[in-house]
Design a protein around this ligand. Sequence first.
Ligand code: SF4
Length: 178
Amino acid sequence: MKKRVATVWLGGCSGCHMSLLDIDEGLLEIAPLMDLVKSPLVDGKEFPENVDVAVVEGCVSTDQDREQILKIRERSKVLVALGDCAVTGNVTALRNLLGPAAMLDQAYRKAPTNDGQGTVPSVEIPTLLPQASPLSRHVKVDVYVPGCPPPADLIFTALKALLEGRPLEIPAGALKNG
Ligand code: SF4
């Protein structure tokens, strides 16, 4: 029976999703094993119920991210942290060195490419949490797929094992960048 799979992009750069697409022809091998019920790659706004495997890129950086990850956990049997931002905070969590207000000031006013007159947006955007943090700080994570981004081969190995209901065995040398 096909597994219901969702992929989600929280506080990340989408590089992990690009690496997922880099599986190339392997996608044809795993596609028959799943129904993609939610993803940035397809339409659909609401995270659905009864998801078998949720693959989450990026850390929890905003109030919306936090709301989402709680809902994802509640509605998914297996939650996969995809990439170092989801696993440790990584690049996104570098903002923790400054704090939200100073970081926004830097990005919108003080960056060398700005004219110093910029306005920090405040309407209809998610509120930054005081710290960006990995998924495991908020919910139980079942599978970690590290890397920035995780290599396509590793994502393929992990997804195939999960879709076939096998234990995940990470091949030697798989944990390298790119
Ligand atoms: S782990 Fe690397 S590639 Fe993935 S979202 Fe973070 S910065 Fe981007």
